[in-house]
Write a protein that binds this ligand. Structure first.
Ligand code: HEM
Length: 408
């Protein structure tokens, strides 16, 4: 996932132009904004149809040829594994890991953006890559954290030493992933129920370099959007006392291990709340993609090789498709609500088929668990929520968002 620019100004400018120019316009030469929901769905659908992983640059340099592997095989393997992980028992261990992260910070004033990140990475890392030693896990987390800090910081990395250090940490994390895959494949490490494991099966076809790319894609996916979304959940819980009360009432009666059964039935109010957080504060804000064929879009043509931008966030805040688009109201997701989505293409927090997020279900449950922990087991005190503003980086990031957690 790539964000070309991170500033609030850039996003405000895109929003203004999208309103004026109908959602499809050239940002600059060679970069088309596709913020019209149906065009975004159609282009995504055709662009990635039959996506195949070919040789990497390194293969060409070393004059070796790898098997082309269809992306749907990788996705299918991930989805099957996530289905196996979707049980009350696995969700209980995910919740316990999150609880551990809260317990460590009780009573201390914490930066809630960084804390939300820690909470989600800790609970999700074993889903992506399990059975690591404490040292391996710390090193992978260090790499994920440094990447996130680079994405949310106001001042990006500067200076050759910091770059060198960044690269060293990244390379070390990559070496760990390679070792895990190699050892699992040779039987020197046990197989695990995680998203890296099906890649061990595909290793003979993918080769180690492409296998590393695939595992890194999952690690990147769990390191960015889930933490940003969890920070936004904490922000709205602090900002919306009425909703805070409604969720507290509902969650008093709910067993969180049942979230995986059918979140919308088990805890409908909490589910709507999470959906609305993902509408208002959808991460990542902008995705940049390259056209793999030429598209005739009626008003303009996107030529093979040109780039285009997608943005769930800008679709979610577009007043052509949402009434009161900037107001936070989970009840808009009640059936027949007048301010609900104009159609299903207008609510896309997890992107577009066939490259949409494979972790959508587990991510929703995870965010509902954040609500459960903060309302049922702990109490979160944020001193002056009205003073907290949201800046747009790779995702919406509440600024100076600090608070203290205590046990209930
Ligand atoms: C609230 C949390 C999350 C949000 C908002 C989110 C959002 C997204 C979005 C917008 C995309 C790009 C879709 C596109 O290109 O059309 C994506 C891709 C992806 N996400 Fe998530 N995601 C979240 C959590 C997760 C989690 C927990 C996992 C893993 C367990 C995950 C795994 C992936 C993967 C593997 C992809 C790449 C799919 C592909 O290339 O085929 N995501 N996600």
């Amino acid at each position: 996932m790539t964000t070309p620019h991170h500033t609030s100004d850039f996003l405000h400018d895109l929003r203004r132009r999208s309103a004026a120019e109908g959602g499809v316009f050239w940002v600059d030469e060679g970069l088309l904004a596709l913020f019209e929901p149906h065009a975004a769905r159609q282009v995504s659908g055709s662009n990635w149809h039959r996506l195949v992983m070919h040789d990497r640059l390194i293969d060409m340099v070393r004059r070796r040829t790898s098997h082309p592997v269809r992306w749907t095989r990788v996705r299918g393997a991930w989805l099957a594994q996530l289905h196996r992980l979707s049980t009350g028992e696995h969700h209980a261990t995910m919740l316990a890991r999150m609880e551990g992260a809260v317990e460590e910070r009780l009573g201390e004033e914490v930066d809630l953006v960084r804390f939300a990140q820690d909470l989600t990475v800790r609970s999700m890392l074993p889903v992506a890559l399990s059975g690591l030693t404490t040292r391996e896990s710390a090193r992978i987390s260090q790499d994920l954290n440094q990447k996130l800090v680079r994405l949310i910081a106001l001042d990006p990395l500067r200076g050759p030493w910091r770059h060198l250090r960044f690269t060293a940490v990244q390379v070390r994390a990559g070496l760990i992933v390679r070792r895990v895959l190699r050892q699992r494949s040779s039987g020197r490490r046990p197989r695990e129920l995680d998203l890296a494991d099906p890649i061990v099966e595909l290793l003979p076809e993918l080769g180690m370099d492409r296998a590393l790319d695939v595992v890194t894609a999952v690690l990147t996916a769990i390191a960015g959007p889930p933490g940003a979304a969890a920070a936004s959940v904490l922000y709205e819980l602090a900002r919306q006392p009425d909703w805070n009360r409604r969720l507290t009432e509902e969650l008093a009666e709910v067993d969180p291990e049942r979230f995986c059964e059918s979140p919308a039935t088990v805890a409908p109010v909490t589910h709507r709340f999470v959906k609305e957080v993902l509408r208002m504060w959808s991460p990542p804000l902008v995705l940049m993609r390259q056209a793999r064929q030429t598209f005739d879009l009626g008003t303009t043509t996107l030529v093979d090789g040109q780039s285009y931008l997608l943005s769930p966030h800008l679709i979610h805040r577009d007043t052509r498709y949402w009434k009161q688009a900037d107001a936070f109201d989970p009840d808009r997701f009640l059936p027949g609500a007048p301010h609900g989505p104009a159609d299903k293409d207008c609510y896309v927090p997890f992107g577009w088929a066939p490259k949409n997020c494979v972790g959508a279900d587990i991510a929703t449950v995870q965010l509902m668990m954040v609500c459960y922990l903060m309302l049922k087991r702990y109490r979160l005190a944020v001193p002056d929520i009205e003073a907290v503003s949201v800046a747009y980086r790779f995702a919406p990031v509440p600024q100076e968002f600090r608070g203290t957690m205590s046990r209930r």
